[in-house]
Design a protein around this ligand. Structure first.
Ligand code: AMP
Length: 291
């Protein structure tokens, strides 16, 4: 039985590495350039903004949908992570995506979890990495695998996952991967909530509580001209207004190093926040200008 399913509108779902490589090689022989968007599925308008950007950048657009077990820790939400392949393919087809690469876990890790890993280093152990040990090694390992499988000219990521973007850019630089990294701004709901596959888990009250993340970032941005301590104080104070949100971290980092800025820092910086709303862990970030 073929593992390639032809869709009437031209989007093909491919589930094996060998078949995807064959299809991409054939397109390459015809001179096509390739843009690649890695995702874990449960697609929303944030993902689709990445795909629309990819469509502008290359002849061929490939989207992967793979919930990578390597980047989930024990007790995290791997089992309950939403899997909605049919709806995802239906959302991608109108955007003119040629191939959806949706491998099984066995296809990606035929020998079980790979023992060879890409190591994210010091920044990989901070913020998201401190709360989710091993997360970034697992993320970089699957991204490296996918980049070797797809071999794109450009890979597109969302600014929503700022630490991921920093680490992927550094991996591409450190390992001399021959491709460009394109970053798309965070897509938000009209009220400021960053779109996330995990938002679907929020009940009505939690959905309103979840606004605390973007409100804390806005409070930090407003206070940033008064300095780092003031910005942090205002951000933490925003959490005082919302019962039911448990702050994990709020930090202001140097975009160049991704390390926390000094107390007397000035100029462009990035504010990062993570919080638990009910059982759902959410992250967000925003550029700020320190005075
Ligand atoms: P995920 O499926 O959560 O692994 O995300 C796949 C890609 O979509 C990553 O590059 C994310 O940063 C990006 N992404 C997720 N949410 C958003 C959003 N609200 N705006 C822009 N990009 C996003």
């Amino acid at each position: 039985m073929s593992t390639i399913e032809a869709r009437a509108d031209g989007t093909r779902v491919v589930s094996t590495i060998a078949e995807l490589r064959g299809l991409v090689a054939a397109e390459r022989r015809g001179g096509a350039s390739v843009a690649f968007v890695p995702t874990m599925g449960a697609l929303h308008d944030g993902h689709l903004a990445l795909v629309a950007r990819a469509r502008e950048l290359a002849d061929l657009v490939i989207v992967s949908i793979f919930v990578n077990p390597l980047q989930f820790g024990p007790g995290e939400d791997l089992d309950r992570y939403p899997r909605t392949l049919d709806a995802d393919v239906a959302a991608l087809a109108p955007l003119g995506v040629e191939f959806v690469f949706a491998p099984s876990t066995g296809e990606m890790y035929p020998d079980g979890p790979s023992s060879t890993r890409v190591v994210a280093g010091e920044v990989g152990g901070l913020y998201e990495g401190a709360s989710r040990p091993g997360h970034f090694d697992g993320m970089l390992t699957v991204v490296a695998k996918l980049l070797h499988i797809v071999a794109p000219d450009v890979v597109v990521f969302g600014q929503k996952d700022a630490q991921q973007v920093f680490l992927v850019r550094r991996m591409v630089h450190d390992l001399d991967l021959p491709l460009e990294v394109e970053v798309v701004p965070t897509v938000r709901e009209p009220d400021g909530l960053a779109l996330s596959s995990r938002n679907r888990f929020l009940g009505a009250a939690e959905r309103s509580t979840a606004l605390v993340l973007s409100e804390a970032l806005a409070a930090a941005a407003d206070a940033a001209s008064d300095g780092v301590d003031e910005a942090l104080a205002e951000a933490v104070a925003a959490f005082g207004d919302h019962d039911g949100a448990e702050l994990d971290y709020f930090v202001i980092v140097d975009p160049g190093t991704f390390l926390p800025v000094a107390a007397d820092a000035s100029g462009p910086a990035l504010a990062l926040v993570a919080a638990r709303v009910g059982a759902t862990r959410l992250i967000d970030n925003r550029p700020i200008e320190l005075g």
